[in-house]
Design a protein around this ligand. Structure first.
Ligand SMILES: CC(C)(COP(=O)(O)OP(=O)(O)OC[C@H]1O[C@@H](n2cnc3c(N)ncnc32)[C@H](O[C@H]2O[C@H](COP(=O)(O)OP(=O)(O)OP(=O)(O)O)[C@@H](O)[C@H]2O)[C@@H]1O)[C@@H](O)C(=O)NCCC(=O)NCCS
Ligand SMILES: Nc1ncnc2[nH]cnc12
Length: 295
């Protein structure tokens, strides 16, 4: 499973649904990485609070995950329903995807949370492509996430450590609750900002900020404790209150937040993954109808 094994394709060759979903998932990851200026995250300006990440690595990592997303959609079609066989198949593909990601990045964790979130969402769409309202996709993904994968190792991950220390809800719980940061925060903000006439890149930044206002981002907690988390949440709210990323006052607040988070070594990697999840669902919703009988 490797991105460089991808076959070139002619324009007349239609994509299968799993291929199309894998394309959308990888696109969402690349759009997230490119979006700038994101507070303390890797973007077109630089590496944010990271010493081991850069934009080229984020792109290579995203591309390396294409076969895993396609395989998850294939598994959904083959197994056909939310249940333990699908949960365990997707868990196995996700773990293999992580290994490919680590081989691609030389051992750096670029997209662990994104494999989890987007993997569940890709699977949920492939299961019932005719039922693609955001809330329906998130609900199916949550039902899958609630099933216990017997083969999933439970290492003392960064997320598990801060869950113990602060009682924080991490990536697993976010999915099991049906992605509230995406469904209740990011997507509504994305639509509000677009409706207000804000340019697309700023609408996406506003969606990221909306996630950051409430998310218990375990990356931030691990690196910068509760001080880091409060700085992220209050700072993101301050940008939105000042008029969002497209306003001059909002931009000033965004720059302040960027500097504060970098000073604290706090990187909102979980929020970035959920923005990619938001962009994926947004794209699926906007393609509603294309699915009907297309594959
Ligand atoms: C269920 C799993 C996601 C495992 O979760 P757990 O919390 O145990 O594990 P972590 O290793 O901590 O990974 C969770 C990643 O999820 C992102 N995240 C953080 N907070 C949230 C949140 N509240 N909601 C949603 N998502 C969140 C985050 O990913 C991003 O951060 C990565 C960098 O993180 P980290 O490794 O801590 O890196 P640094 O701080 O930079 O490390 P140092 O440099 O300091 O060493 C970045 O890559 C983003 O992706 C968390 O990292 C799941 O992974 C799992 O169970 N997998 C098993 C396979 C499976 O079942 N797959 C199913 C496929 S659908
Ligand atoms: N843009 C980004 N910068 C740092 N960590 C991330 N994890 C996911 N996207 C990221």
């Amino acid at each position: 499973m490797h991105a460089f094994n991808l076959q070139p394709r002619t324009l007349t060759q239609p994509l299968s649904m799993p291929e199309w979903l894998a394309d959308l998932a990888v696109d969402a990851l690349i759009d997230e990485a490119d979006l700038s200026p994101k507070p303390a995250l890797v973007d077109r300006r630089g590496n944010g609070a990271h010493t081991d990440l850069h934009l080229g690595l984020m792109h290579a990592s995203a591309l390396s995950l294409w076969p895993a997303f396609k395989a998850m959609a294939d598994a959904a079609i083959e197994l056909g329903e939310v249940g333990l066989p699908l949960r365990e198949a997707v868990g196995c593909i996700g773990r293999e995807g992580e290994q490919v990601m680590l081989a691609t990045t030389g051992g750096v964790n670029t997209h662990r949370g994104a494999i989890w979130a987007l993997g569940l969402l890709v699977t949920a769409v492939a299961l019932e492509p005719e039922s693609c309202a955001a809330s329906s996709i998130a609900l199916r993904a949550a039902r899958l996430a609630l099933l216990d994968d017997r083969y999933s190792p439970r290492p003392l991950s960064h997320g598990a450590q801060v869950a113990q220390r602060y009682g924080a809800r991490g990536a697993r719980e976010e999915a099991q609750l049906g992605f509230p940061a995406v469904i209740q925060r990011a997507l509504p903000q994305l639509k509000r900002s677009r409706a207000a006439g804000v340019a697309e890149q700023n609408a996406r930044l506003d969606a990221l900020l909306a996630i950051m206002t409430t998310l218990a981002d375990t990356c931030v907690l691990y690196r910068a404790g509760e001080t880091g988390l409060h700085t992220m949440q209050l700072g993101a709210q301050a940008v939105l209150d000042a008029g969002g990323s497209a306003s001059l006052a909002g931009r000033r607040r965004l720059l302040e937040l960027d500097q504060q988070l970098i000073a604290l070594n706090a990187s909102p990697g979980g929020a970035a993954d959920l923005l990619a999840a938001c962009l994926f669902i947004d794209r699926i919703e906007s393609c509603d109808g294309i699915f009907q009988g297309a594959f």
